[in-house]
Write a protein that binds this ligand. Structure first.
Ligand SMILES: [Zn+2]
Ligand SMILES: [Zn+2]
Length: 258
């Protein structure tokens, strides 16, 4: 088995403090490649350091919508520079979070649009974080769409109708362990209609432990196997075939060479 955790935060202290153990357990569970996602300038630099250190690891760089309020022109210039590193596989995470509203919405929108512009310039895929802002997120994507080829909605929590809107645009959908929760009926229904060539898996660790590990405070990439099993069953597929398909989709999306 060869699965790719397409969205984790391995540089966050809970995971970074035992990174060798985390990666060993992950590989033993069949999760053998990782995209570690930066959320602010410091985490972005760390993500690149990690990607340089570990062969099967890639970085995504971006400034989380939570931090939109601290973004300066200098930060965006640095982002543009480091995004050209050979192990940077995507721009993100970026988008809109109207659940927490940690940054003013207008600033979130502007910073999101800047990220999309950058992704277009560098021909990189984009990892979208969208929480309680689905229509607004789609609106900005539609405005900026022209030169962006690959877009994924990470930690997708939408309905089947929203999944259809995303898929109609040719965008991708990625699921965390949240889809395994008992109260996630609507999300599961949406997952059912996502074709395997648009579907990816992630942990968003250290957050979002899947069932049956939900009580574990610190999620880690090894636990992604539970989400894979759950979705394979939902799609009435053999786990191995399911894994192979979503891994091919992920490699294609992020243009991974390994
Ligand atoms: Zn996110
Ligand atoms: Zn994340």
């Amino acid at each position: 088995m060869e699965l790719i955790d397409t969205h984790c935060h391995l540089t966050f202290d809970d995971l970074a403090c035992d990174i060798d153990g985390v990666l060993a357990r992950s590989a033993a569970a069949g999760v053998t490649e990782w995209i570690t996602v930066g959320t602010d300038p410091q985490e972005n630099r760390k993500a690149i350091e990690f990607a340089e250190r570990f062969e099967n690891m890639y970085a995504a760089v971006g400034i989380h919508p939570h931090d939109a309020k601290i973004v300066t022109g200098e930060m965006l210039a640095e982002l543009k520079k480091i995004a050209q590193h050979k192990k940077v596989a995507a721009i993100g995470e970026t988008g809109l979070d109207y659940h927490y509203d940690f940054s003013p919405r207008q600033q979130q929108k502007e910073v999101f649009a800047e990220h999309l512009k950058l992704a277009g310039e560098l021909s990189l895929p984009v990892i979208i974080h969208s929480r309680e802002a689905f229509d607004e997120t789609m609106g900005i994507l539609n405005e900026q769409r022209s030169d962006i080829e690959r877009v994924v909605f990470h930690c997708f929590s939408g309905s089947p109708e929203q999944a259809k809107v995303v898929l109609d645009k040719g965008f991708y959908i990625s699921y965390t362990g949240v889809v395994t929760f008992k109260n996630a009926r609507i999300k599961q229904e949406a997952a059912r209609i996502v074709p395997l060539d648009k579907l990816m898996l992630e942990t968003d660790s250290p957050y979002m432990s899947p069932e049956p590990m939900r009580k574990q405070k610190v999620n880690e990439p090894a636990f992604m196997i539970h989400t894979a099993k759950f979705l394979a069953e939902l799609k009435q597929m053999d786990l191995e075939d399911f894994a192979q398909a979503v891994t091919a989709t992920s490699k294609d999306f992020f243009a991974l060479t390994t």
